[in-house]
Design a protein around this ligand. Structure first.
Ligand SMILES: Nc1ncnc2c1ncn2[C@@H]1O[C@H](COP(=O)(O)OP(=O)(O)O)[C@@H](O)[C@H]1O
Ligand SMILES: [Mg+2]
Length: 332
């Protein structure tokens, strides 16, 4: 696979300027995702995962946000798209499924009508009948039982898991090639979560989608993702093949996140550890490593300058000057 990545994020910075002080939510993210690849973003709350995902759809309020860097998705310069091109790009090239489908679905229309409407908005030449047939096909594809009957249902008439499937169908309505999922399963119970994640994996395989999803569930990340990127204070601090990253974490933050879990024992639904201390204030980031204050490997050099990316093996990188020291500790 030496084709260009489908998603190429270079030096992404996102600063919110609406408050008293600018908040540097994303401070320089580089990430590449190929067609057919599934990447999980993990990290504590507030680390910039959602802001990074939303950048891929250029969803930030334009007047209160300063965005830098470059995002190319399937040849589209996302951050430069004008409104009409952006409306076309959303849904057709990239689309997003959210944690709470009730907020994404319109309560006053049947789910089938919403899917048909989305199809006809992007493809005005499609007849109502053809759009309905496509919606039916999508419901079948996401394994909604009695799809014809359920197309007529309103969002509140569906169970949480069914609603999530309906939202995935809606997200797929215009045949996007990139699917973004922001904690798609957090609101669901454990067995439904696994079913939804396996569905995402199946759709990725069948449709060759690139998928980027945010999760707090390490078991899910391993089960579903090819690669994992760990975010801290607006940057990716470690990235690598899912299994390598979990078995041999080399950034002290990843190590701390994975915590005291028995080595190798990974249960589905397993949550990330909570770590002592708090993440830094994004309005007043330190000059050096943002994790230094909470890090058990910290030395004076850590606060002198922001650490550069270290390549540990091809495809496995960490942003730390002490990746050597973490080697032994990784065995836990
Ligand atoms: N529209 C916004 N205006 C101001 N600050 C925001 C906005 N959206 C997100 N933030 C801030 O950016 C930081 C990163 O948020 P987010 O990406 O949502 O974190 P998470 O990793 O939990 O998804 C947080 O400090 C959050 O408060
Ligand atoms: Mg979030």
């Amino acid at each position: 696979m030496n084709d260009a990545p489908f998603v190429d994020i270079q030096g992404l910075t996102v600063t919110f300027t609406g408050g008293r002080q600018p908040v540097k939510a994303v401070g320089g993210v580089d990430l590449q995702v190929r067609r057919g690849e599934v990447v999980a973003l993990i990290g504590e709350s507030g680390s910039g995962k959602s802001v990074t995902l939303r950048s891929l759809l250029k969803l930030h309020p334009p007047r209160k946000t300063t965005i830098g860097g470059r995002i190319v998705v399937g040849g589209h310069e996302v951050l430069k798209l004008a409104p009409a091109a952006l409306a076309d790009y959303r849904g057709k090239v990239a689309s997003m499924i959210f944690q709470e489908p009730l907020l994404a679905l319109d309560p006053v229309y049947s789910v089938g009508a919403q899917i048909a409407e989305a199809i006809r908005r992007h493809e005005p030449a499609t007849s109502a009948d053809a759009a309905h047939k496509r919606a039916l096909g999508l419901f079948e594809r996401v394994h909604i039982p009695s799809p014809e009957r359920r197309l007529a249902a309103f969002p509140h008439e569906m169970s949480g898991g069914m609603r999530q499937r309906a939202m995935i169908a809606l997200a797929l309505a215009c045949k996007p090639q990139l699917l973004l999922a922001d904690e798609p399963t957090t609101a669901l119970d454990a067995t439904v979560q696994i079913q939804i994640l396996l569905l995402l994996r199946e759709l990725q395989r069948e449709m060759g989608l690139a998928v980027i999803f945010v999760t707090h569930d390490i078991g899910a990340a391993i089960e579903v993702a090819d690669r994992i990127a760990v975010m801290y204070a607006g940057r990716i601090v470690e990235e690598g093949p899912a299994r390598t990253l979990i078995r041999e974490p080399r950034h002290p933050y990843t190590l701390a996140l994975l915590g005291s879990r028995a080595h190798g024992a990974l249960a589905k639904g397993e949550r990330l550890e909570t770590i002592g201390g708090a993440p830094p204030d994004l309005a007043n980031l330190p000059a050096g490593c943002a994790f230094a204050e909470r890090c058990r490997f910290v030395t004076e050099a850590c606060s002198a300058a922001a650490p550069q990316v270290v390549t540990l093996q091809p495809g496995h990188q960490a942003r730390c000057i002490h990746t050597g020291a973490t080697l032994g500790a990784a065995g836990r």
